[in-house]
Write a protein that binds this ligand. Structure first.
Ligand SMILES: [Zn+2]
Length: 76
């Protein structure tokens, strides 16, 4: 893993922490485990093609009076 890309990835996301290209995508729906979310991600650049797992921890909740309705991609 490239130290510089990794730092940038933690700060801004969007780029592959291995090769620095913006060809990253999640492989499946986020998996919720307690107050953490686990996401499998890969770099779709042909030269790189790395896969990794990301762990997100709950940092904030935002209360809304009205219900939040979520529309998942492909289920419209
Ligand atoms: Zn990559």
């Amino acid at each position: 893993m490239n130290e510089k890309y990794l730092k940038q990835y933690f700060k801004e996301g969007e780029i592959c922490p291995f090769c620095g290209l913006a060809d990253i995508e999640s492989l499946d729906q986020p998996n919720i485990d307690g107050n953490s979310v686990i996401l499998n991600v890969n770099c779709s650049s042909e030269k790189c093609g790395k896969e990794w797992r990301e762990y997100y921890t709950l940092s904030k909740i935002d209360y809304k009076e009205e219900k939040i309705t979520t529309v998942l991609k492909g289920q419209v």
